[in-house]
Design a protein. Sequence first.
Length: 151
Amino acid sequence: MFTIKGILTVDERLAATLINFMRVFQAARRTAYQAIRRGVKREEIIFSLQNKFIRNARWCQWAYAEAEDTIRSQKELIDMYIHDLEAKIKKAEEKLERTKNSIHRKGILNRIEKLQNRLSYWQSHKEKGTVPPAVFGGKKNFIALTKGKLS
């Protein structure tokens, strides 16, 4: 194995082409993700990606695979979220038993109710075998989504 040190220079035209391709690939990945959530078959998704985004079947298969990995990781996270919320509820209930002040008790009861609502949300996804919608993009998109500025 050899290591060669160097600098890769790309002119603006090639850089723009690469950025455009990255944008198209990410759009294909998001489309595949939504189609998988709707229950569309793999072959149909790849065929529609080829017609809509990228002619190369291999890139469409990779977009599909990445979307599938996103869904798989979300399903794994659901179990973790449920476990964490159950532990938080148990801890809050123990704290409620120790607390005598009525104002503190009211705050703890509100927290328990909030955690139970969140727990029922994640349990419903687990029971149905579904995954929640994902935010594709970066931190900006996530913050915009939480503020209601992004659909």
